[in-house]
Design a protein around this ligand. Structure first.
Ligand SMILES: *[C@@H]1O[C@H](CO)[C@@H](O)[C@H](O)[C@H]1NC(C)=O
Length: 488
């Protein structure tokens, strides 16, 4: 019912009132930005006056009520520091965490020095009714205090434990392990559970000792000491939008203040493919394979041995292959393989001749495949990819391989298995249909709840108490002691 009403309002354009909304999305990664920007664009299209700070300003059909502050310089800092991040991940997770946090802190400091942002921070001309911010690094959350307005945190994936804790969602590390932990199975073994527990404790200590003090320093530098402590601002968030998908993420109970804006928030309407690409795919009567490692990891940077095994495999297959490869030439490229630096991925996955999607298992890629009923071969590398791949396999949508020890025989066998056995395609069709059976789209939810927060000047009443009760109370220790005293 509400869905229908909302559809009506959405399709009939602008809402009755116009609010001023500020958005800040400073992680230079397109897979983050494509989740946030369409929501801000839609809010502007509904007549709200929207200002966004973004690394990837929207170029097409920008509504007149949308103003953008271009902070694309963040890509330079990111690329410099993260060049070797994939090697670092394996051997030293603490170093990886440090690198990430320092580079994001540098980026946010530079963003705060941007003249347009300085005007926002130090001027008195601007008032906002809502602040929407990527819920990752608290540096910019102080803008909530500056404008004395409600704040919605948003994530392009699931949220780490601190976001869930701020909303009062359960964060038990055995039931809800962090979505970046690379376990081999959905059922945790003893050492997985130990890892998950220790990871949670480690994150907590790391935050206390390093992360929060760094943020507090940055906040003091750019906003001043009289602004509230970053931990308080972090916890004062009104709502959290998380981009979760019931197929690829663990199920977790959520307080009403936590809105899953998934699945499929970033899926775009179909567009015709470029002519020569379309011809290549149409001509693939026997079917084609699409291979991409996403936007962060580059196929051109694969180890030479891995690249050679991949080429050998492709050469032996009776299928055409479209490979997103970020360089002009690929020595030894077989006849049946086409390389492209940039691929209109969603439209390629829609093509009727596609047989399998070989992917690094980033959430957006998996969602695009699932949306179009395409089975997978997973080659996960880092971040949330390993756990997404585990979930993908456990749901029967394909198989996963270890890209470090990839052999040509293994790779070929996996491809023939997923294409040859109809159970994978059948499962993809089934789960695609189930995923789309939702009362509202992710976009409708995001718009409704953003306007809800504006109308009600916050949503503190929807947050829960989980995580805010002292551990001795949570685990009934005082009650046990009391009862023991009575009985004995
Ligand atoms: C943002 O800035 C970068 C670097 O100056 C520029 O290349 C890009 O075109 C800008 N984007 C827009 C939409 O103005």
């Amino acid at each position: 019912m509400i869905g229908n009403l909302l559809l009506l309002t959405l399709s009939f354009g602008v809402s009755v009132y116009s609010a001023r909304i500020l958005g800040a999305f400073t992680t230079p990664s397109i897979s983050h930005q494509i989740v946030f920007l369409p929501i801000m664009k839609e809010l502007a299209a509904r007549g709200h006056e929207v200002i966004i700070i973004t690394t990837d300003p929207i170029k097409e059909d920008v509504p007149p009520t949308l103003r953008q502050i271009n902070v694309s310089f963040a890509y330079n800092l990111w690329n410099n520091d993260l060049e070797n991040i994939i090697e670092d991940t394996k051997y030293n997770p603490v170093k990886l965490m440090d690198t990430f946090i320092n580079v994001l802190n540098d980026i946010n400091s530079r963003v705060l020095e941007h003249p347009d942002v300085q005007t926002l921070v130090h001027g008195n001309a601007d008032k906002f009714d809502l602040f929407i911010v990527e819920y990752l690094i608290p540096t910019l959350y102080s803008l909530k205090h500056k404008f004395d307005c409600p704040m919605i945190g948003i994530t392009s994936l699931d949220s780490p434990y601190d976001g869930h804790q701020a909303m009062g969602n359960p964060t038990h590390p055995i039931v809800y392990p962090d979505f970046t932990l690379p376990f081999e199975d959905v059922k945790l073994k003893f050492f997985d559970r130990l890892t998950s527990y220790l990871f949670m404790q480690f994150s907590y200590i790391y935050d206390m000792v390093k992360f929060i003090p760094l943020q507090e320093d940055t906040k003091n530098k750019y906003f001043g000491k009289d602004y509230p402590h970053v931990t308080d601002v972090l916890n004062s968030v009104d709502m959290l939008f998380i981009n979760t998908n019931h197929i690829f993420h663990n199920i977790r109970p959520l307080t009403p203040a936590t809105i899953s804006i998934g699945p499929f928030i970033h899926i775009k309407p179909p567009k015709p493919l470029p002519k020569d690409l379309n011809k290549f795919l149409d001509d693939a009567k026997e079917g084609f394979i699409y291979f991409s490692l996403g936007s962060n990891m580059k196929s051109k940077d694969l180890m030479e041995s891995t690249r050679l095994s991949i080429l050998k495999t492709f050469a032996e297959l009776p299928y055409k292959v479209l490979w997103k490869f970020e360089s002009e030439d690929l020595p030894g490229k077989p006849e049946n393989v086409k390389i492209l630096k940039w691929v209109p991925q969603q439209d390629v996955l829609r093509h009727k001749n596609i047989k399998v999607f070989i992917t690094q298992c980033g959430l957006q890629s998996l969602e695009e495949g699932l949306f179009n009923e395409v089975p997978f071969i997973g080659l996960p590398v880092f971040g949330d990819q390993p756990m997404n791949a585990v979930n993908m396999v456990s749901k029967g949508l394909g198989v996963k391989l270890n890209y470090e020890s990839l052999t040509s025989d293994q790779f070929k066998a996996a491809i023939l298995e997923v294409i040859g056995d109809p159970k994978y395609k059948k499962r993809a069709e089934e789960l695609s249909r189930i995923s789309k059976d939702e009362p509202m789209t992710g976009m409708e939810k995001a718009i409704f709840w953003s306007e809800y927060v504006i109308r009600n000047n916050g949503a503190q009443h929807l947050k829960g108490a989980e995580g805010k009760i002292p551990l001795y109370q949570y685990y009934y220790l005082d009650i046990f002691v009391f009862l023991a005293f009575i009985f004995f």
